[in-house]
Design a protein around this ligand. Sequence first.
Ligand code: ZN
Length: 439
Amino acid sequence: MTAPTRGSAGRVSFDIDGDSLREDIERTAVFGSVDTEHGRGRTALPADAANGRARDYLVSRLEAVGLDVRIDAVGNIAGRWTPDGVDPDAPPVAAGSHLDSVPNGGIFDGPLGVYAAVEAVRSIRESDLTPARPLEVVCFTGEEGTRFADGVLGSTVAAGKRGVDETLALTDGDVTLEDALDRVGYRGSGRLDASAWDAWVELHIEQNTRLGDAGVPLGIVTDITGTARCHVSIEGQADHSGTTEMTARHDALAAASELVLEVERRAADIATTGSGTAVGTVGELDVEPNVVNVVPGAASLRLDLRSVDREEIRLQLDAVERALDAVETHRGVTTSFDCTYDVPPTPLSERCRRVATEAARACDIETLSLHSGAGHDTMQVADVTDAALVFVASENGHSHSPRERADWADCTAATEVLAGTLARLATTGDTETDDTERN
Ligand SMILES: [Zn+2]
């Protein structure tokens, strides 16, 4: 491609307005605001009224910065800047995150990445640099999975992994996503296509203490964890707790307890070797009849097993199967086991990571390489184009809570790094992609 690149991103510094970034995040926190003794949070679920108002504010900010705004059929919002003389069809460099939250969520999770992208693109526009590609600010619909889907809803559609019609038909109670988007005025048309982007960068609060512990403000994510979610059913025999002898029982809850402990033990064992990222959790347990004087007759559990190494997830699954075989044999229960949710680990683009690291170095900001134990929209985007995820240190690691906090100076520094990263990615004339393995 040919484009009138002017200046070198490596030599231009970007004048980041930290006060404007802070104002945008704090204004967004007003929509669905939750005030607690521990701090200010927000509840803005996908396409609810609070999320609708947060979207309206974003659109007004994108327009104020001079971006061309469009809304796709599932409510993803994009604001594009095509510099003068640049081919409008050239693959853009995109950045952003999400504006929905969990109930009583924090004010940084999502909005930081969206408004850092707004500020980064504004600062590049006002610099001496003319990029060779369009730049795009993106807000995905429904990252948190509190309504309509398990999460990363809008990015799943943008990555072409779920169709528009199927997604619009998803329901929350008796409301479809289509109705909910219509109500807030964000059912647009067409489909944002992440595979058409040259590169993608998401800035996000870390949600962990690794950066804080290391005294480093920024993290460059190497891999996003893979996740298997499984459902286990254990059928035993409900009996009178007073008259059923200990040797005559088929206690489903006692069998489930063995499984819970084995999941914990096995994940802990695997985490001490290999990638060091394995975690295993039994987060849901239902017992029947759940009555104090009845030996439990049935138990149903949901497991969440993760690692950046797929083999380490398989080892955890093997341990679950062995534990179930063992309780069938020595407790006389029957079990069933299925895993319908299986998202493989996502390695992130070496090219984008290298560029982000260079941009941080140019700003004299220290970075740490780390993995992400949580899923993000970036894992969907990374399947179809080069993608990076950059973390900002969170105070005490709190997130999905009004306790969530990031240092404003760190947020400003991270935005400067984001601007440097986007500028570098957008001024290289080549369309080279790296050979990072894609799922
Ligand atoms: Zn998030």
